[in-house]
Write a protein that binds this ligand. Structure first.
Ligand SMILES: C[S@@+](CC[C@H](N)C(=O)[O-])C[C@H]1O[C@@H](n2cnc3c(N)ncnc32)[C@H](O)[C@@H]1O
Length: 230
């Protein structure tokens, strides 16, 4: 697909998600897998963090509250997500938001100490290019934290692809690891982050066959990919 068409499709679809109030639902769903990642990140008080694909900005707010002398920037391709994120976090002095795509992050080289991205990377039109951009905006010694729930090694999410209105990449842990290495990262490590949140006895949504599959999906866990910029 033409990159401009793809970007436009993503922007429109996630603008619809924002208008439907799905940003808040994602906060509830992604918090249990994101909290362990924040612990692993060992945030420094003066870190400068980018949240790539920040949605409604809930994670930026959480990270900013842990950075007494640091700053957070949230970027999203959806201008409606960014508008809502900026509005909801207007009172925070160490958070800013901007519209942008991961394949051309509108920021100078080497400005961030950490980049986190939650449940976004499999939507990127060109994940390899996106990871090279993440590497470019990181300072030497900085680290990337890419968390995804949709990846080949977890068979309980494969049904999502056809249900989503935009193209996605169903890559394996090994393929993601190679992409991070090719993008210039060192010490690339894939790990699983199981979701400890409770599963209802009866599942009525459209993303899983039944409660048993949802339970298996959470037990397999999300895939966290980390890497350091030399
Ligand atoms: C499933 S949502 C997750 C949002 C947020 N990280 C959260 O956990 O609530 C995926 C987000 O990634 C954004 N996104 C997708 N592709 C993108 C790209 N190429 N560049 C920037 N943002 C992108 C979407 O607009 C959307 O807000």
């Amino acid at each position: 697909m033409n990159p401009a068409t793809h970007a436009d499709q993503l922007r429109q679809e996630f603008n619809r998600w924002a208008e439907a109030g799905r940003g808040e639902g994602m906060e509830r769903e992604h918090l249990p897998i994101t909290l362990p990642v924040l612990e692993l990140m060992c945030l420094a008080p003066d870190d400068h963090v980018l949240d790539a694909g920040c949605g409604n900005g809930w994670l930026c707010r959480l990270i900013a509250s842990r950075l007494p002398r640091g700053r957070v920037a949230g970027m999203d391709i959806s201008d409606e997500m960014v508008r809502r994120a900026a509005q909801a976090n207007a009172s925070m002095t160490n958070v800013r938001f901007f519209t942008g795509t991961i394949e051309a992050i509108p920021q100078p080289d080497r400005v961030f100490t950490k980049v986190i991205s939650v449940e976004s990377a499999y939507y990127w039109a060109d994940p390899g290019r996106g990871l090279r951009e993440v590497n470019r905006v990181l300072a030497p010694g900085g680290s990337a934290w890419i968390l995804i729930n949709y990846y080949r090694d977890n068979p309980h999410c494969h049904q999502w692809g056809p249900l989503l209105a935009v193209p996605t990449h169903l890559l394996s842990s090994q393929e993601w690891t190679s992409l991070l290495r090719q993008a210039g990262f060192r010490d690339v490590t894939p790990q699983r982050i199981p979701d400890p949140s409770p599963v209802p006895d009866v599942y009525t949504g459209r993303w899983f066959r039944d409660a048993a599959q949802l339970r298996e999906f959470k037990r397999e866990g999300a895939l966290l990919l980390t890497g350091t910029k030399p």
